[in-house]
Ligand binder design. Sequence first.
Ligand code: FAD
Ligand code: UDP
Length: 368
Amino acid sequence: MYDYLIVGAGLFGSVFAYEANKRGKKCLVIDKRDHIGGNVYTEQIEGINVHKYGAHIFHTNDKKIWDYVNRFTEFNRYTNSPIANYKGELYNLPFNMNTFNKLWGVVSPDEAKAKIEQQKKEAGVTEPKNLEEQAISLIGTDIFEKLIKGYTEKQWGRPAKELPAFIIKRLPVRFTYDNNYFNDRYQGIPIGGYTSIIKKMLEGIDIRLNVDFFEQRKELEALANKVVYTGMIDQYFNYTFGVLEYRSLHFETKVLAETDNYQGNAVVNYTDKDTPYTRIIEHKHFEFGTQDKTVITEEYPSEWKPGDEPYYPINDNKNNEMYRKYKALADNEKDVIFGGRLATYKYFDMHQVIGAALATVEKEFGNK
Ligand code: FAD
Ligand code: UDP
C-alpha cells in the first residue's frame, strides 16, 4: 500500500515524489514510457547527451528554483543563442541589434526603433489581437515575414492570425547587441544530462515503467491513498467535454561520422515555410563537446491526433474554454492532485513546472 500513486515520471511527478518521499511518504511512480524524465529525458549516444524530446535549456529568474535544481546537479555556462536560417540568410536570435543590423544595415538603436515604428505604422496595427499583429507591433513586417511567419505556421499548423498573441511575447526584443535568448538571471545545461537529475530525485522510490494508468486504472488506484496525475486531463475524465487539442512533433536523430561539427551552434531555426522541420539541434554544443562524431536532431511539427505524443497545448479560446470545464471537475475530484504541462493544459517551461510542483508540495504538506 502506498500513500501516493504518481502517474508520470516527468519533472512534475519526480519533484513531487522526491518531496513526499523525503517526508516519509511511500510513493509509487508509474510511466507509460520505457524511461523516466518525461520530455526532459536525455540519453547518451556516441558519448553525447542527446535531448530526446527536443532542445531543453534551463533558465529561471527565481533564485529559489535555481538553488533547488542545483542540489541535484551542476550546471554549465551554456547560454542559448540560436541562429535563424531563412533560405540561406543567417540572423541572430532573439531579435536584437545584430538582427536589425544584418536585415536593414542600421547601426544605432534609434535607427532600428524608427524602422520598426515605420513598418508598424504602415501595417496599421494599433491594438494587437493575435500573434501576427502582436509580432508586427513588436518588430515590424520584415522580421515577421522572414523570421516569424513561416516558423510559427509550421510549428502550430495554423495561420499566425489565428494564434494567441502570448506565444510570441515569450521572445525578447532588444535594442542591444545581445544574442542571449533569455532574459533570466540563471541559465545552463545540467552537466551529464537531465536524466541524472530525475534519477537522483527518484532514488529509493518504487518505479514501474511501461505502465499506462488507463490500462489498469482500478488496480493502480487501489494501491494508494492518493493519486498525483500528470497525464492529459481530458483523458482522465474520459473526454466527457471533448478532446483538447495539441501540436505534436516528430524527431529525426542522426549520428554523423563524417564531421565533428555540423552547424557550429546548438540550435539553428529554419524560418522559411518550405523546409519541413523547424529546427536542427546539434547536441554536443550544449556541453561544449569535443567528441569525434556529432549527433543532430531535426524537429518536425505535426498535427496531433489521439494516440500521438501531445507536446504543445493549443491555448486558443475554444480549447481554454474546454479546459476550464475539466478543471472544474478536477477541483472536485477527491484525493487526486492534477499537475504538470498535460494535466493543467499549459505551455510551461521546466522552471515553472518545478515551481508549480513545489507549490503543490507546500499545499499538501504545509511548510515542513
Ligand atoms: P512531461 O515531461 O510530459 O511528463 C509527463 C509524463 O507522464 C510523461 O513521461 C508521460 O509518459 C507520462 N504519462 C502521461 N500519461 C500517462 C499515463 N496514462 N500513464 C502513465 N504515464 C503517463 N522547458 C524549458 O524550460 N526550456 C526549454 O528549452 C524547453 N524546451 C522544450 C522543447 C520541447 C520540444 C518541448 C516539448 C518542451 C520544452 N520545454 C522546455 C518544456 C518542458 O519539457 C516541460 O516544462 C516539462 O518537461 C514538463 O514536465 P511535466 O512533468 O509536466 O510533463
Ligand atoms: N518563433 C518564431 N521564430 C523563431 C523562433 C520562435 O516565430 O525563430 C515563435 C514561434 O511561434 C514559437 C514561439 O516564437 O512557437 C516561441 O518560441 P520558443 O523558442 O519559446 O518555442 P519552444 O522552444 O517553446 O518551442
